[in-house]
Design a protein around this ligand. Structure first.
Ligand SMILES: Nc1nc2c(ncn2[C@@H]2O[C@H](COP(=O)(O)OP(=O)(O)OP(=O)(O)O)[C@@H](O)[C@H]2O)c(=O)[nH]1
Ligand SMILES: [Mg+2]
Length: 437
């Protein structure tokens, strides 16, 4: 995600970071590079211009902070400006008197239907009771697609046999409300281009549904085209926010960086993969940190929290604080990692690691082997690893089909992990993270 832009900005700012003094020339050169990097990332030309002007003005007229070098201060300014470029203002969804109605609009293939399902799942995790309404009557398969998604995640889908989406929407909202659902997400039809027919249909659906939120779904891979779509959309249908999809395939980031500045409407959600749990709330500050390679400790912590059941996590944390880390904890941690999604994505969020890991292949099969070893231990051995002597090691190796060296390695790894946990318990490792931000 945003790889080229990230690399370029990091290189430019990296050059500045150590500098004790910044003269006019150095600043000009850095601003030129930032400008080029943004243009190459397909950021809207006007947006680039005002962004660079803003950074330059603040960088030259710097109010001096004693704790930072001038170079670091520029990094801070760029981070703040990137943040306000993508956000500032409210990126939360609005919730009114139930049912809260969310209308999903967008061009064909932008990701409306899948995002509707993802959003339902996300909202259920937040404690809501969402329902889906199949109001795309253009494509015969559209209703089936939504119903299938709904079945996968056990979210009710409302449909009606009619040619009029307004009828479906009215019926769906009513039925969902009667069933006690407090959020209703409307999946609507897309078109290849913005045309009169689409706009009229959407306007009718909107007038009938009176949605609390109108979300425009944009395919971030289409770059500036997505921003153009947003602009012309907004002339006809006022939307409250944007969902950017396919960010996983967007190496440039132009749409993400321009859409707020061009339409005045915030990005509320981003979709980062095809899996149904790959929709996230959008936090401009965190995204800016990610682009600048500061990692994203907050997102990481949030993901970890969602992945483990609360009480399981509390128990584990308590043991860790006490400096204990058994193989049962090892298994929980592994499960937690798995739930967090592809491990590489998770590791990328750790400050300083992201860049180094870019070309490293992490072997998820290795994790499976580790798991096999742990599962070959008795419950008692898992709880009290110091019991595992030579003959037990041999038994565990045989039982898991691994070598005794593998078992030894794992036993050593656990000890190291326990040591690390002890330090974390004292707050050392965490304050190391915080220092980087
Ligand atoms: N990689 C990736 N694929 C995505 C993402 N979001 C959606 N897709 C894929 O994009 C394709 C189109 O998604 P749909 O949800 O069917 O799009 P739509 O806007 O409903 O399309 P129409 O109903 O034809 O207008 C599907 O193959 C999705 O799996 C994403 O964040 N990442
Ligand atoms: Mg669809």
């Amino acid at each position: 995600m945003f790889d080229t832009l990230s690399d370029k900005l990091q290189a430019t700012l990296g050059d500045l970071r150590g500098k004790g003094r910044l003269d006019e020339d150095t600043i000009s050169k850095a601003m030129r590079e930032i400008r080029l990097a943004l243009l190459e990332a397909d950021v809207n030309f006007e947006v680039v211009k005002s962004f660079v002007a803003g950074v330059r003005e603040r960088a030259t007229g710097q109010d001096v902070l004693k704790s930072l070098t001038p170079g670091q201060q520029v990094v801070k300014i760029v981070h703040e400006e990137l943040t306000s470029l993508m956000g500032s203002g409210d990126s939360r969804l609005a919730f009114g008197r139930p049912p809260t109605v969310i209308l999903m609009a967008g061009l064909q293939g932008s990701g409306k239907t899948t995002t509707s399902a993802k959003l339902a799942l996300l909202l259920r995790k937040d404690g809501k009771k969402p329902a889906l309404v199949a109001a795309d009557l253009q494509r015969p398969a559209a209703i089936d697609q939504l119903e299938q998604l709904g079945r996968q995640i056990q979210i009710p889908v409302y449909r009606k046999d009619t040619q009029d989406p307004v009828e479906v929407v009215k019926y769906g909202i009513q039925a969902a409300q009667t069933a006690g659902q407090d959020v209703v997400i409307l999946d609507t039809a897309g078109r290849l281009h913005i045309d009169e027919e689409l706009m009229q249909e959407l306007a009718r659906v909107r007038n009938a549904a009176k949605p609390t939120n109108v979300l425009l779904v944009l395919d971030s891979m289409t770059g500036q085209e997505a921003v153009n779509v947003a602009e012309s959309f907004f002339e006809r249908i006022a939307f409250d926010g944007v969902v950017l999809t396919k960010l996983d395939g967007d190496a440039r980031g132009g749409a993400a960086l321009s859409v707020k500045a061009v339409t005045g409407k915030p990005i509320k959600l981003v979709s980062v993969g095809e899996k149904l749990d790959q929709l996230e709330y959008f936090y401009p500050e965190r995204m800016a940190s990610r682009i600048l390679g500061m990692g994203d400790v907050l997102t990481l912590i949030e993901k970890a929290e969602a992945a483990v059941e609360d009480d399981e996590q509390e128990a584990m944390e308590a043991r860790m604080r006490a400096g204990q880390f058994s193989f049962d904890d090892f298994l929980s941690a592994q499960k937690m990692l798995k739930n967090m999604g592809p491990i590489q994505g998770v590791l990328k969020l750790i400050p300083g690691l992201g860049n180094q890991l870019k070309d490293v292949d992490i072997d998820e099969r290795q994790l499976a082997r580790v798991e096999a070893i742990v599962l070959s231990m008795t419950p008692q051995e898992r709880r009290m690893p110091h019991l595992i002597n030579g003959s037990r090691r041999l038994r565990i190796a045989r039982g898991s089909g691994q070598t005794i060296q593998d078992v030894n390695k794992l036993l050593t790894a656990r000890k190291q992990m326990e040591k690390m946990m002890k330090q974390m318990g004292k707050g050392k490792a965490l304050s190391g993270f915080a220092g980087k931000r």
